[in-house]
Design a protein around this ligand. Structure first.
Ligand code: APR
Length: 308
């Protein structure tokens, strides 16, 4: 039997995630949005691409959570994207209200689902979703680190003129300006970039990675990035549905790991059919550990803005 994937929020990120899920034939898809007609129209359009692309899936657009009942995976993209000049934290109140309402419905209709959050400010929204739903941390996961690492990988590939497939990058911490790119753990064909690039070029790549989302917001002038965010989200969906045991940087609730307590934070995890199956603790230098603490402090200030 095919898996059921519900995507809440049928905007740029949600609809593009539905597209990647369909092309990869990961499961039947339900696209939900508050706007009447929009998810229905996009779902029908995507269904009609099936004969051309060769996927046989049920793809449904809806304004009702009843259609999402019994989902295996729920992806939450509902919420406002930022505008030029805004930080992700500026969205905390508006998107907090939306995520709260979405999670009440998800818990009611798909209590056993694995939930992947994409709405920003990501780390705070994952914490809120966990609190509202009462779901165990294995099943409430945020997408950010794959995207931030993908941006860093793209910049490394551009810098060295090598295939993106040869690149690997680790970006941990919160999904904000204090994210923690780790050059020591970032490699090209297994060789750390610290052996391939001078310090000033690495610093430039780290800086562009940190500002990667803002660079796109400034160019678009309306809305924020969606191709890479949705592709990154669907990598998580695929790892779970195919029980790949894939190690990916994801946002998860920490209970002492990395010296952090009761916070949702980006760390390497093993993703499989149960969701987060293991949290990997890698060794960090004092400097890297301090950077993780700075990133955590930024998230805590965003968390404090919400009454949870
Ligand atoms: N329930 C369902 N859908 C909702 C709700 C709600 N309560 N509130 C808003 N939405 C829908 C909007 O109608 C819109 O179609 O969420 C959708 C968001 O889509 P976009 O505005 O296109 O935003 P998008 O670029 O997809 O980003 C969504 O992901 O990456 C993050 O920062 C980004 O928080 C933002 C989110």
């Amino acid at each position: 039997m095919r898996k059921k994937i519900s995507i809440i929020g049928g905007g740029f990120v949600g609809a593009t995630a539905a597209h990647w899920c369909a092309v990869k034939e990961l499961g039947d898809i339900v696209l939900v949005d508050v706007l009447e007609g929009m998810p229905q129209g996009k779902a029908l359009d995507l269904l009609q691409a099936g004969p051309v692309e060769g996927y046989d899936l049920n793809i449904l657009g809806s304004n009702s959570y009843e259609d999402t009942a019994g989902s295996d995976i729920v992806v939450v993209t509902a919420g406002l994207p930022r505008k030029p000049g805004m930080t992700r934290e500026d969205l905390v109140q508006t998107n907090g209200n939306i995520v709260r309402q979405v999670m009440e419905n998800v818990t009611k209709h798909s209590p056993d689902a694995i939930v992947i959050l994409v709405t920003n400010p990501l780390d705070t929204m994952v914490y809120l979703a966990k609190k509202v739903s009462g779901m165990p941390r294995e099943r409430i996961i945020g997408q950010a680190g794959i995207l931030d690492s993908a941006r860093m990988r793209a910049f490394i590939a551009m810098e060295l003129n090598v295939s993106v497939e040869n690149t690997h990058a680790f970006v941990l911490g919160g999904h904000g300006d204090e994210m923690v790119p780790l050059p020591r753990y970032s490699t090209v064909a297994g060789i750390p970039i610290t052996e391939l690039l001078p310090a000033d070029r690495i610093a430039a790549i780290v800086e562009r990675t940190r500002k990667g989302g803002g660079e796109i917001v400034a160019l678009l002038k309306q809305g924020s990035a969606f191709f890479a965010p949705s592709a990154s989200t669907v990598q998580m969906v695929e790892a779970i549905i195919k029980d790949r045991k894939q190690i990916l940087p994801c946002c998860v609730h920490l209970d002492g790991e990395y010296g952090l307590h009761d916070i949702c934070f980006g760390v390497p995890v093993k993703l499989g059919s149960s969701g987060v199956e293991q949290i990997m603790e890698i060794t960090l230098t004092d400097e890297e550990r301090e950077a993780m603490q700075r990133s955590a402090a930024l998230i805590r200030s965003s968390m404090a803005a919400l009454e949870m």
